[in-house]
Structure formats: structure tokens, C-alpha cells
Design a protein around this ligand. Structure first.
Ligand SMILES: Cc1cc2nc3c(=O)[nH]c(=O)nc-3n(C[C@H](O)[C@H](O)[C@H](O)COP(=O)(O)OP(=O)(O)OC[C@H]3O[C@@H](n4cnc5c(N)ncnc54)[C@H](O)[C@@H]3O)c2cc1C
Length: 498
């Protein structure tokens, strides 16, 4: 039972309630906002840029770019409903507490988060506000099912995806999404409240240099952009999702990941939209189920993060603590980051990432495998680079996926399965159109050589305008030898832990 509010607002009183937005930057299907609106009191809608609470992981560059535009979009949506988005900066718990006290707020609402540092901030905020008699309500909004709602028969958490997802699907389905509140009333800023800052003062956008041109061309951050993306996907991608989702040369996936990351669309809006598309637009059931199962991987990553909060920095399987990673050689690491490894599919992916802030899932697996297995670089180095460059850099999906590729994670790909970048390229980008799009200096190579230009006969290279090691590098490492080295490294930890 929540403690009794000391200053319950009588009907018609003007004490405002607070909605603290974090990873839920939307007005529709936002249970925290809807619950606050139901109180009928004026409302303070707040975002706090928190880069100083203990153990908080500051956002990477691409996410900061996204956040700027997403906050601007949220500000417009709230203004259209009669409210106002106020931006603050500082440690989350203390900032919200000082606002709540200045405003004499009877209630505060937010959507739950699942990382250890965030849970701790929210716990402290809740304790401090409850001590003051403020009614604090936290809501589910970021996941279909809370991590603690999905349990094994013995009450433990799941370490394997398939039984996790079966158990999750056996739970009652999520409630239908909520509409946006019809009308909100902005509360005046309270005297003595913390200082508000204009969005620009957060300096989230890159300036010197402004590297965000490709992001601007690719994305429309914000709730409207998220729903536009979803609508387009339901018609075009969903009907071929199961067969096309592994093909980077085909547009068959939703492109929703950054929108989900920042909560511009809720997972249950996506879930119900896909289900509805099966009935209303004739999307094949198998495609719909496959798509929903991918939302399930996102749920699983959060399940892991909640239950194993060190996921971001520590091997989920401790035996990997003894793995003999190599100190990354600066030139090799730079070649990987810049997309100049000499393996076209890896390079296309790394350049797609740099330009657009995302990378196709299949190519993420190939590029990540190349770093951890061919170059023997610790997965945390790659996870950090993705964290900085992905618009969808996600506190659960990113480490869980890197650990999956590295073999150190829960339900991970076995370490001995080493992706061959040439074969992967041939299989998933057979005509090389994905490579040609991102590695333009190879665009004129015929299909036969597009995934292994170093083997192309000299006249073919000349005709395509490719000069090896000048216009495009030879492979920085021989894959067959790198594979043997990776397997030897693996057997060393197997022996060590035997
Ligand atoms: C090394 C590596 C790092 C990754 N880092 C991230 C990350 O930081 N943020 C992120 O959202 N995803 C990450 N992924 C997972 C996946 O690549 C992306 O979610 C996907 O490419 C997003 O494209 P989409 O929205 O078109 O996906 P769709 O295929 O349309 O899937 C719909 C949604 O389901 C979820 N989803 C799909 N595949 C996965 C998956 N394998 N694991 C978890 N969730 C999934 C995403 O939220 C996605 O938006 C990573 C994968 C790898 C291999």
C-alpha cells in the first residue's frame, strides 16, 4: 500500500502532479501519463538529463542526437495537448525530489526501467518522495511483460530464449494500448523549483564536426516518425518478414529499434499492430509470429539485464573471464571501425552504422563475430563502439547481443561457430547490392567477386576501377588462420575450466 499522501490535492486544487519521462518519449499508450492525467490536476512533464548519478552510463553520440530530436517531438505533442515539457539536468532522484517539494506535488508518475543504476535512482526517488507523503506510481510501459513476471517452474529466471518466450507467450496477453490523453493542463513552474534548461543547452547535437547528415537523411525521431515507420512496415516488410529478415539487401525489417529504444512507440502498440495486420491486411501468420518472436528477443534481453545486472560489463558465463583476448592493435581496430577490413560485408555494415546509426541484424552478427573471433578483441570493445554509434544503442539489447555473438552470453551462439564473412556475404547478399550501396568503390565489381575482391583477376579489377590496397584494402587478416586461432583460444579456456 502506498503511504497516505500528506497533501492530497482536494478537487479543483492546483497542486500539480509530476510525470517523469525517461525511455518512454510518447503520449499515446503511456500508462504513466494517462494515470497522471486521470488525476485531473495540472501537470508538470519533466525530462532530466542525468549524467551524474552513480554508475549511470552516459548516452553515446548517435543516441544523444536521437534524444535531442525525440525531446523536441515530445515537447510538440505535449504542447498540442495543453501541457509543456520542462527539461532539467542533474542526478535524477535528487532533481525530481527538489521539484516535487517545490511544487508540493501530491503525486509523481513514471515508467519503470530495468538497469541496475536506473532501478537504484528510481528506488531512491520513490523513497524520498514517499517520505514526503507524495504518492509515487511506477508503471509498466517499456516491455510486454515485466522481467519478474516470466519465471521458470522453480521460480528462477530463464537463461535460454525458447523456454523464456514459451513461458512469456503462455502469460495473459498484454492489455490493449491506451489512447493519448485528450487534454492536459500545464502547471506553472513552481517558485524555488530546480532550474529549467532549454533543449539546446543540453548540447546533444554534434557541432564540430557535424557528422549527423546521414542520420538526418535516414530518420524522423519522435512518436509520429515511429508510427509512420510502423505503418510502412505493416504493408511492405511484414508480409515477407520470415523469409526476408536475414537479408540486408531486402527491406523486410521494421526499422523500429531506435523508436522502441526511446519509447516513442510501445512494444504492445507494435505487438497489437502486427496482430491486427494479420486480420485486417492479410499478413501471413508465420511472418507475424516471427516478428513478434523478435520482440521476444528484446524482452529476453531485458529479462537478462534485470536478473544479471552486470551483463553490460561482465561475462554472463564466468568461464569466459579466462579467455585470452588480444590487446586490440590500433590499426586493426581502426580498420574495423572505419569499414576497411577488406571483407566487403563487414565493411558495408560498419559503414552503414557510421552513416545511418543502425546496421542490419545479420550484418551486426557478422561484423561483431569478425571483431571477437577473427581479431580476438574483447566483446566489450565492440559493445562500446556500438554504444557510441548506434541510434538504437540499448542498455539490454546491445550487451546481450554482443555476449551472444562472443559465446559468453546466455543462450549464446557457440564460440566454435565462427562466421565466415565471405560465405555469409554470398548467402545473405547474393547479388552484392548491400555491399555496393555502402562500399561504393566496389560498385562496379561483378557479382562473382563482390564478396572476395582480393581473388578477382587483375583485368576484372581494372575494369571495375578497383586497385587493391589503394582504392580498397586486401583482408587485414586471413579468415582461415584467424578461425584456427580463435578455436585454439577457446580450447584454452575449455582446458582451464575442465
Ligand atoms: C552485436 C549486436 C548488437 C546489437 N545491438 C542492439 C542495440 O543496441 N539495440 C537494439 O535494439 N538491438 C540491437 N541488436 C539487435 C538487432 O540487431 C536490432 O534490434 C535490429 O537490427 C533492429 O532492426 P529492426 O528494428 O528493423 O528489427 P526487426 O527485425 O524489425 O525487429 C523488431 C524489433 O525487435 C527487436 N529485435 C529484433 N531483433 C532482435 C535481437 N536479435 N535482439 C534483441 N532485440 C531484437 C528490436 O527491438 C527490433 O526493433 C544487436 C544485435 C547484434 C548482433
Amino acid at each position: 500500500m502506498p503511504p497516505k499522501p500528506e497533501h492530497d490535492a482536494p478537487p479543483g486544487a492546483s497542486a500539480p502532479v509530476i510525470v517523469w519521462f525517461r525511455d518512454d518519449l510518447r503520449v499515446s499508450d503511456n500508462p504513466a501519463l494517462s494515470a497522471a492525467a486521470e488525476r485531473g490536476a495540472p501537470i508538470l512533464c519533466i525530462y532530466v538529463l542525468d549524467e551524474e548519478s552513480p554508475d549511470i552510463r552516459p548516452l553515446g553520440g548517435a543516441s544523444r542526437w536521437w534524444l535531442h530530436h525525440s525531446l523536441a517531438a515530445l515537447g510538440h505533442s505535449l504542447a498540442a495537448l495543453g501541457a509543456r515539457l520542462d527539461i532539467l539536468r542533474g542526478p535524477g532522484a535528487e532533481t525530481i525530489e527538489s521539484l516535487a517539494l517545490a511544487a508540493k506535488a501530491p503525486g509523481a508518475f513514471w515508467t519503470r526501467r530495468y538497469g541496475r543504476a536506473e532501478i537504484e535512482i528510481d528506488r531512491r526517488a520513490k523513497a524520498a518522495l514517499s517520505d514526503q507523503g507524495i504518492d509515487v506510481r511506477s508503471h509498466k510501459g517499456q516491455l510486454l511483460h515485466e522481467p519478474w513476471e516470466v519465471k521458470t517452474k522453480t521460480g528462477d529466471f530463464f537463461k535460454v530464449y525458447s523456454p523464456f518466450w514459451r513461458a512469456a507467450r503462455a502469460l495473459p496477453e498484454p492489455a490493449a494500448p491506451l489512447p493519448a490523453p485528450k487534454k492536459l493542463t500545464a502547471a506553472p513552474w513552481p517558485a524555488g523549483g530546480p532550474e529549467r534548461v532549454p533543449l539546446e543547452a543540453l548540447a546533444l547535437l554534434p557541432t564540430r564536426p557535424d557528422w549527423a547528415g546521414g542520420l538526418r537523411e535516414t530518420w524522423t525521431p519522435g512518436e509520429a516518425g515511429a508510427h509512420e515507420k510502423l505503418e510502412g512496415f505493416l504493408d511492405d516488410g511484414l508480409p515477407r518478414y520470415a523469409s526476408g529478415r536475414d537479408r540486408p539487401d531486402v527491406v523486410a525489417t521494421s526499422g523500429l529499434s531506435p523508436h522502441l529504444r526511446f519509447g516513442e512507440v510501445s512494444p504492445r502498440q507494435v505487438f497489437y499492430a502486427a496482430r491486427h495486420a494479420e486480420q485486417a491486411r492479410g499478413a501471413p501468420g508465420r511472418d507475424v509470429e516471427k516478428f513478434i518472436a523478435e520482440l521476444g528477443w528484446r524482452e529476453f534481453a531485458y529479462h537478462l539485464l534485470y536478473n544479471a545486472p552486470d551483463l553490460t560489463r561482465k561475462n554472463f558465463q564466468p568461464k569466459f573471464d579466462a579467455f585470452p583476448w588480444l590487446e586490440p592493435e590500433p590499426a586493426m581496430l581502426a580498420a574495423w571501425k572505419k569499414g576497411r577490413t577488406g571483407y566487403p560485408i563487414v565493411d558495408a555494415g560498419m559503414r552503414e552504422l557510421w552513416t545511418t546509426g543502425v546496421m542490419h541484424n545479420r550484418v551486426r552478427m557478422i561484423a561483431a563475430s569478425f571483431l571477437v573471433k577473427d581479431l580476438l578483441v574483447d566483446w566489450r570493445v565492440g559493445e562500446d563502439w556500438f554504444w557510441d554509434t548506434l541510434c538504437d544503442a540499448d542498455p539490454a539489447n546491445n550487451p546481450a547481443s554482443w555476449q551472444w555473438v562472443a559465446g559468453s552470453g546466455a543462450d549464446a551462439a557457440p564460440y566454435f561457430r565462427v562466421f565466415n564473412p565471405t560465405l555469409q556475404g554470398r548467402k545473405f547478399d547474393p547479388a552484392g547490392s548491400y555491399v555496393r550501396k555502402h562500399v561504393v568503390e566496389l560498385a562496379e565489381l561483378p557479382d562473382t567477386w563482390i564478396h572476395e575482391p582480393w581473388l578477382a583477376p587483375e583485368p576484372v579489377l581494372r575494369k571495375a576501377g578497383v586497385v587493391l590496397d589503394q582504392t580498397y584494402p586486401r583482408p587485414i587478416i586471413d579468415h582461415a588462420r584467424a578461425r584456427d586461432r580463435a578455436l585454439a583460444a577457446l580450447s584454452s579456456i575449455r582446458t582451464d575450466t575442465a
